[in-house]
Design a protein. Structure first.
Length: 139
């Protein structure tokens, strides 16, 4: 069995946004040479997410609106975590809601997706560099 590892780096200029990273993951699969296996994609930060869904602007708008309604950033004093001097308690909770990682099958050297599926990096405490791990195992 072979393995491959790469870190993707992001610096999202806004506090919350979603970035389609499918092309970067496809490039990793090609670089790995693995034809049959699995790819794990996860952010290496506890205020960010990786998830699979449709690349549709309205859906992403709805996610942001829903997340901010149910887990608003402000007022900061509504969260005990922020008592430590942080201001990102909401980002930790948003990450739990959107998920930590995705695992996708690789078949014949390609991501084995369902219709419309794409991989996204979700940022909830942006404006600084963060990384995403891509780990591939297989033959």
């Amino acid at each position: 069995m072979k393995s491959y590892r790469k870190e993707l780096w992001f610096n999202i200029p806004s506090r919350m946004d979603f970035t389609n990273i499918t092309a970067e993951v496809v490039e990793c699969v090609r670089d790995s040479g693995i034809q049959e296996g699995l790819v794990l994609v996860n952010p290496m930060h506890i205020t960010a997410s990786v998830f699979i869904n449709d690349d549709e602007h309205g859906l992403h708008h709805d996610y942001k609106k829903w997340l901010e309604k149910y887990v608003p950033h402000e007022p900061l004093d509504q969260y005990r975590h922020n008592d430590t001097g942080e201001d990102n308690a909401d980002a930790h909770i948003k990450r739990q809601v959107m998920g930590r990682e995705v695992v996708v099958a690789i078949t014949n050297g390609e991501l084995d997706f369902g219709t419309w599926e794409q991989i996204f990096y979700g940022e909830f405490d942006g404006k600084r560099r963060k990384r995403v791990l891509v780990k591939i195992i297989g033959e």
